[in-house]
Design a protein around this ligand. Structure first.
Ligand SMILES: NC(=O)c1ccc[n+]([C@@H]2O[C@H](COP(=O)([O-])OP(=O)(O)OC[C@H]3O[C@@H](n4cnc5c(N)ncnc54)[C@H](OP(=O)(O)O)[C@@H]3O)[C@@H](O)[C@H]2O)c1
Length: 245
């Protein structure tokens, strides 16, 4: 159950990419608790159905959209299925860690397709309509891996710092029209992709632990909402203080 239950997103439609698992799932549940109708996106229909059920059992509204955002066609079908959205959460993505020579060109492209190209195409599809309405909120999930150098994380970190560059440029492009564009940069979070790395990285934070997905979702819920009405172009670390040191 999310900590924040103020209904400040009533009447809003929120698309959360990669909401069948981990951080995206927690964000979908958070935004639904704030009153948004949530478009739960992912590839796994069973896990998608479970998230919808969880939201509906709590009295929220949600529907599932399946699409692989690693391809242009997948992004296009997601855009067509979604229709108008007021809030876009660019969360779908994956990490790859290992020695630089072990990441082949195809996997490198896959990383950038899911983590950078998809958010780019989705923002290009949704931001103009938000700007025309004079309101909207876009939040992209970056990572502390884009700020600190991590052995084995060169390409993944580059995808996440790319999202930061996109966020700042989009803020400059769309904020004058009333669309706030921000990024949240989590530290290590226990999710579907959790490994020993998550716990180990958590130990290096000032709080001495990794996060639960709900701790990231709480911040995203705030940034997406009118309570953050003067926040745009910001990159908010939610990393237990790891990038402060
Ligand atoms: N966990 C961390 O420590 C951490 C830290 C900082 C940032 N992040 C970022 O947070 C985001 C979520 O990560 P997570 O740890 O919550 O991961 P996760 O539990 O593995 O969930 C990833 C989600 O993204 C979806 N997804 C991935 N590639 C996709 C594709 N090509 N097309 C459609 N959906 C796709 C998955 O959908 P299906 O499973 O349905 O296919 C799933 O819903 C990522 O952008 C990640 O880089 C994570």
């Amino acid at each position: 159950m999310p900590a924040t239950t103020s209904h400040d997103l009533e009447g809003q439609i929120a698309l959360v990419t990669g909401a069948t698992s981990g951080i995206g799932r927690a964000v979908a549940i958070q935004l639904a608790a704030q009153g948004a109708t949530v478009l739960v996106h992912g590839r796994d229909a069973d896990r998608g159905a479970a998230v919808i059920e969880e939201i509906e059992l709590s009295g929220g509204r949600a529907r599932f959209i399946a699409a692989d955002v690693g391809s242009t066609e997948g992004v296009q079908s997601l855009v067509a299925e979604a229709g108008d959205v007021d809030i876009l959460i660019n969360n779908a993505g994956f990490s790859w860690f290992g020695p630089t020579p072990d990441l082949d060109a195809a996997k490198f492209d896959e990383l950038f397709d899911a983590n950078v190209r998809a958010p780019y195409l989705l923002t290009a599809a949704f931001a103009p309509a938000m700007a025309a309405k004079g309101a909207g909120s876009i939040v992209s999930i970056a990572s502390m891996a884009g700020t600190i150098g991590m052995p084995g994380g060169a390409a993944y970190g580059a995808t996440k710092l790319s999202l930061v560059a996109l966020t700042r440029a989009w803020a400059a492009e769309y904020s004058p029209s009333g669309v706030r564009v921000n990024a949240v940069a989590p530290g290590p979070v226990y999710t579907g992709t959790t490994s020993g790395r998550t716990k180990g990285l958590g130990d290096t934070t000032l709080l001495g632990r990794a996060a639960q997905p709900e701790e990231i979702a709480e911040v995203v819920g705030f940034i997406a909402s009118p309570r953050a009405s003067y926040v745009t172009g910001a990159v908010i670390p939610v990393d237990g203080g790891r990038t402060a040191i």
